[in-house]
Write a protein that binds this ligand. Sequence first.
Ligand code: CTP
Length: 393
Amino acid sequence: MLEGKTVVLGVTGGIAAYKAADIASKLVQSGATVEVIMTESAQKFITPLTFRAITGRPAVTSMWEMTGEFSIEHISLAEAADIVLIAPATANTIARLACGLADDMLASTVLATRAPVIIAPAMNCNMYENTVTQENIQKLECRGFTFVGPETGRLACGTEGRGRLAATEAILSTVHMVLGRNGDLAGKTIVVTAGGTREPVDPVRYIGNRSSGKMGYALALAARDRGATVKLISTIDLPDTTGMDVFRVGTAGEMLTVVKEAVKGADALIMAAAVADFRPSQVAADKIKKDSISPYLKLEPTADILSEIQGDFIRVGFAAESRDLIENAKKKLAAKNLDLIVANDVTATGSGFGADTNKVTLLFKDGRIEDLPLMSKREVGEAIIDWMANGIE
Ligand code: CTP
């Protein structure tokens, strides 16, 4: 997904420098050309050879070495970059960048580039929390730099605190997000729901379903990485939601209220959530004891969110079925007046709840039916967002 993109990866001198090898490797696997620039102190922690082996290109280690092309490197790398990622970034490098110094190859490249810059700090927690570091970060944020992490956890110095390099997945996700900022959905707002609703029975129990939220999450990421403003309404905590507005809900009723508000001015609503059709008509205030209960629960219907929320925006539903897939999906497409319904047989291998892959059939309003092969949920998300991007003016 990063084919044709050049990522300049700046590696600075902290113990987390070894993690930059994994980041470089994942970027290469995604198709990017990765040009590594190492500060002098980074070379005390990891060798240029490691990056050369991973990226297939020499790591730049000094301002004064000449490349085969005899180019003035800090200008050529600054110009070649589609994005500059500094991971890990020490307090010292952040301070140098905030001051606009150009005292080594990395700082010069950052000063000379017009590409977006992402910084993934890693340092001792006291250094991170120090006012001067915070001021430097704010300064850079004001200039449009994007920060990812650091995370809270055990640090190399033995203490616990905020200063750990963000996880590789979060860093890569930020790269995709920033590169997609001016994508074909820039300026559009897409509302996505994810996960299964939970209808309380008493303070301990609920009626739920097996939805993992992965499909909704994949859609939200795919939309975000093409520049859309994403409002993700989820019943579960999802791993990395950088750059999205996330709303946590529990019940179908709560989801209805939040979706109603979120679709105001939106361009699309994708209901990937598995919404309860019934809820207990009364929620017991105390835990229901086994000797005090009849085995019957009285239920009442919930509102159908998709049917209730109509409007001048694209509306997409999902049909999770265990039989008569196409027939049932067609009925829902018509009954809920949708532009697209994504039908999936939740009993098929590698498909449906909890899986990382999905086998779906797309049924469009105009009667067209498209059967997609078994794909990762992210790829299914891309396919739906692709169709959406073509339909949104
Ligand atoms: N949906 C909704 N509100 C509900 C129930 C479902 O908005 N109360 C949405 C789902 O998010 C999904 C689509 O409607 O996008 C179809 O959901 P599904 O559970 O497959 O169908 P139902 O309409 O609930 O019908 P049934 O349970 O009988 O299959």
